[in-house]
Design a protein around this ligand. Structure first.
Ligand code: GRF
Length: 204
């Protein structure tokens, strides 16, 4: 498995997918190559973005499968056919089962719009606003069997401004995501992210 051969998983808008594809085009993913988009919502805007970027897509409906495990087994077969070595979740709205986790242990990452472990799970931006924090942000982390619980690779903070709405805060968080994710995906694709228990180090 080669770290540089990347599959991005996404369920929705795909603005992070687009930022990653643009980073690759501009030479900012180093040797990293996005070989495949995987989506569980064939009608999602991200599918169209893949088509426009000329990136192959595996579009499956989980409900067409008898179980989550059979759905993921189909994905794993395609990933292995393409010799994918790094899975980048970008707004993929499903928990991953051991069928995918086991063959890709330590090779799946996610981006989450809060400073984990604060505000894990759905609607992290709304949770942060409701709580009244002054500082939130973005986390890139390895994926384990839990909900946003894997080892942290990188974090950036974003200040909550007086009068922020979910939309205005999300907009600033997204801008940070579009910078941070390509940078970290590049480091992963180049094999520069070291993991020791829960501690990660990015080599220069
Ligand atoms: C991002 O905010 C990401 O942090 C979260 O889901 C959102 C996906 O947005 N995991 P998009 O589909 O990339 O536009």
């Amino acid at each position: 498995m080669q770290w540089s051969r990347i599959a991005v998983f996404a369920s929705g808008q795909g603005s992070n997918f687009a930022a990653l594809a643009e980073a690759e085009r501009a030479g900012r993913l180093g040797g990293g190559r996005i070989e495949l988009l995987v989506s569980d919502r064939p009608e999602a805007p991200v599918a169209k973005r893949a088509e426009e970027a000329g990136i192959p897509a595996l579009l499956l409906r989980p409900k067409d499968f008898a179980s989550r495990e059979l759905y993921e087994a189909e994905i794993v077969a395609e990933l292995q056919r393409r010799n994918i070595g790094l899975i980048v979740l970008a707004g993929y709205m499903r928990l991953i089962t051991p069928v995918l986790l086991a063959p890709y242990a330590g090779r799946i990452v996610n981006i989450h719009p809060s400073l984990l472990p604060a505000f894990a799970g759905k609607d992290a931006i709304g949770q942060a606003l409701d709580y009244g924090v002054k500082l939130t942000g973005v986390t890139v982390h390895f994926v384990d069997g839990g909900m946003d619980t894997g080892p942290v690779i990188a974090q950036r903070s974003v200040a909550v401004e007086p009068g922020d709405s979910a939309e205005s805060l999300a907009e600033r968080i997204h801008q940070v995501e579009y910078e941070l994710y390509p940078e970290i995906v590049r480091a992963l694709a180049e094999g520069r992210v070291m993991l020791d228990e829960r501690k990660t180090v990015i080599r220069e």
